[in-house]
Unconditional design. Structure first.
Length: 94
């Protein structure tokens, strides 16, 4: 996985902008942009922060998925829900 993918995963999971992430990492938005375009790489200490943020994003994503699956499963067991369409399921996971 490259830096761009890691950053995009963090941004998506946390619903934040590149500018907000750069503030959290203690870097400039320009530095983050340069990583995303493979023009430079982060320092080791900042890369560790980035990987920690990615791990947190993965945990948030998994918890959200688990919550949606549990809710859907409960509703189906209680007979409160019919089969979901792909569109409805996609919207529920967002």
């Amino acid at each position: 996985m490259n830096i761009k993918n890691i950053v995009n995963e963090i941004l998506t999971a946390n619903h934040i902008t590149q500018e907000e992430l750069s503030k959290q990492l203690g870097i400039t938005p320009v530095a983050l942009s340069r990583w995303m375009t493979n023009k430079s790489l982060p320092r080791k200490d900042v890369f560790r922060k980035l990987l920690n943020a990615q791990a947190d994003a993965n945990i948030k994503s998994q918890k959200m998925i688990d919550s949606v699956v549990y809710s859907i499963h409960s509703e189906l067991l209680n007979g409160n829900m019919e089969t979901l369409t792909k569109k409805e399921l996609s919207e529920a996971v967002r």
